[in-house]
Design a protein around this ligand. Sequence first.
Ligand code: SAM
Length: 316
Amino acid sequence: MVDYLRISVTDRCNLRCIYCLPRGMESFLPHREILSYEEIADIVKILSECGIRKVRLTGGEPLVRREIESLVKLINLIPSISELSMTTNGILLGEKAVILKEAGLDRVNISLNTIKEDRYEKITGYNNFRDVWNSISVALKTFKVVKLNTILFKGINDDEIIDFAKITLKFNLGVRFIEYFSTQDEFLSLQNKFVPNKIVKEVIEKRFGRLLPADDVMGNGPAVNYRIPETKGSIGFINSNEGSFCDRCNRLRLSSVGKLYPCLFSPFNIDLKEMLRGGVERSEIMKVINNLISKKHNYSRPIKREYEFAMNRIGG
Ligand code: SAM
């Protein structure tokens, strides 16, 4: 069942991560191209009538968009949306967490690839490690479910596997290791540096013993969750390079310019912004969306990437 929508609310970001939007690769879209909050909420409403029940706001960095809580409120008013979450780099989350929770945000994922302050700047281009660390503790006090998203690269941060696993001994949060996959030719050299999750799991089990399956962990995605015995936190693995979860994939993606994709790896999309701004009847828009949903599982991830895409525009 296709019931989950990820929305890139902006292509802009306040970090320059080496694997996503490094310095020199910025080319941001003009504001008029980006969907307004009213347009996003309108699209979510239409999609809710086509079966979408859960929504995640991502980007770019969702918290750099002005008063993002207004969008959270608008989506929260749509009765059949049962869950609203956000993926953020966490820099601005400390100051916004309570406002977002009050506006109706249910849970957050915070991206953090290192817990070494000097290394954080090397990976992200900015010295905001302390802000993110503070945001994690604010998030833990504010939201019931908090997860950390971590990508490992050989020779860059793969010596931190145990340190990340140890976070789950102390805190009730989920650390998720996401295998890197290159989305643009500029990043091909990084593809050779990705660390397979099979190895990450082996390293953790060598230190802490056999991980226990953790089926109670809340989630909408392809993560396979475990925990170190007798800990509250969990450890999730997203094996992006296996592509074995296409059959059970339940998500659509709405890009910052209003294109709806059935799959991250499919160049095929429908231009909902053009339809909305062009005054196309809602019933017609629903027909096109339902057609895309019915064909979703005809697409599966190709062994070799067929087109280049920027994660900040389509939404990571
Ligand atoms: N700015 C927000 C953040 O940092 O969480 C949201 C957008 S970011 C694109 C969303 C997630 O996608 C982050 O956890 C990021 O590390 C991940 N990501 C970006 N490029 C990726 C790639 N090529 N492979 C796997 N994950 C990627």
